[in-house]
Design a protein around this ligand. Structure first.
Ligand code: FES
Length: 109
């Protein structure tokens, strides 16, 4: 299945993912700057992505715990999600997300 990531600098990167994997893993596999420090434990928000409007409504809604974590994410918007909480399924073929420029990367601090 196809996935499209837009980097903070605006570069479009088309890649592919495997259903059952998380969006975080797929993005990391493609070499994208998604930190995912807590590895999907919903404790870091460094996997924060902005989902394209047309895709946001098609995702299963965020859990309360995810919403709480997104409240803490830098640069969060209405279509923000945690990439580690998005499980890839065939119906998400073509999913497009942007990596926010405010996502902090520990390596650059
Ligand atoms: Fe930490 Fe997603 S990897 S919240």
């Amino acid at each position: 299945m196809k996935l499209r990531f837009v980097t903070p600098g605006g570069t479009v990167i088309d890649t592919s993912g495997t259903p059952g994997d998380s969006l975080l893993r797929a993005g990391q596999g493609a070499g994208l700057p998604l930190e995912g420090t807590c590895e999907g434990q919903m404790a870091c928000s460094t996997c924060h992505v902005l989902v394209a409007n047309e895709w946001f409504e098609r995702l299963p809604p965020a859990s309360e715990a995810e919403e709480d974590m997104l409240d803490l994410a830098a640069g969060a918007r209405r279509t923000s999600r945690l990439a580690c909480q998005i499980e890839l399924t065939e119906t998400l073929d073509g999913l497009t997300v942007t990596i926010p420029s405010t996502a902090h990367d520990m390596r650059t601090r």
